[in-house]
Write a protein that binds this ligand. Structure first.
Ligand SMILES: Nc1ncnc2c1ncn2[C@@H]1O[C@H](COP(=O)(O)OP(=O)(O)OP(=O)(O)O)[C@@H](O)[C@H]1O
Ligand SMILES: [Mg+2]
Length: 216
């Protein structure tokens, strides 16, 4: 599902070049899970942003589902992200003025969403039920616990039925017990929704649970 070869990336800032990734190779089969670990500043987020078609690499080939995403135009990348990828970040990135349910419906607003609004709503209900948050659907994010916010973020990431789920330190802002529950949820999603999962983490416990450890 994911195949990365000879990937290198340099950031150009203030006339200075910062080399972050160098000749990296990585592959992951459909429905499998991998953890990307390594010290702070080693390029984990950079790598995930490249996999997520949010950043164009300086060199190398990045294929997802057979598509070479490294050569995408801005427009193609946006379309690909909306259609095929799910994201979970360390901070949930929920919109504070919207309810939990409305946050799930946001991806639909990006446009080009072909299914009926009714079907989208039905899926939002199913997903909230799946993450055990049906009883909180009319609440705002500020009224949720950290774990509930992150579970909402996981449900939102699944709204477009992604083939690939990318998570950057998804438990980084949570205590150990809550983090463990979110990890369980991600693994359940990987098994039951047949997504290919890539998790970036410092947390060795999480890494061991998810497996497929890739050290930066
Ligand atoms: N937009 C940018 N411009 C210039 N340098 C950047 C930019 N983004 C990141 N970097 C540099 O690239 C390196 C890798 O950053 P990255 O965020 O990928 O690391 P990370 O492994 O995710 O770290 P952390 O564990 O702290 O989140 C860092 O040295 C950082 O300073
Ligand atoms: Mg990072």
């Amino acid at each position: 599902m994911i195949s990365v070869s000879h990937l290198s990336h340099q950031y150009e800032t203030q006339g200075e070049s910062v080399e972050v990734l160098k000749d990296l190779n990585f592959s992951l089969s459909e429905g499998a899970a991998a953890t990307v670990t390594g010290p702070s500043g080693s390029g984990k987020t950079t790598f995930l942003n490249i996999l997520g078609a949010m950043l164009s690499p300086t060199q190398g080939e990045v294929k997802i589902g057979g598509k070479d995403i490294s050569s995408f135009s801005e427009e193609e990348a946006t379309h690909f992200r909306n259609r095929h990828l799910g994201f979970v970040f360390q901070q949930h990135h929920l919109l504070p003025q919207l309810t939990v349910m409305e946050n799930l419906l946001v991806p639909r607003l990006a446009g080009g969403w072909e299914e009926s609004e009714k079907s989208t709503r039905e899926r939002a209900h199913e997903l909230l039920d799946y993450v055990n948050l049906s009883h909180r659907m009319d609440h705002q994010p500020s009224e949720l616990s950290g774990g509930e916010k992150q579970r909402t973020a996981v449900a939102r990431a699944l709204m477009n039925q992604p083939k690939v789920l990318l998570a950057d330190e998804p438990t980084g802002a949570l205590d150990e017990e809550t983090g463990a529950k979110v990890t369980e949820l991600l693994l359940k999603v990987q098994r039951e929704h047949a997504v290919t999962l890539v998790v970036v983490t410092h947390d060795m416990k999480l890494a061991e649970k998810v497996g497929g450890i890739f050290q930066m």
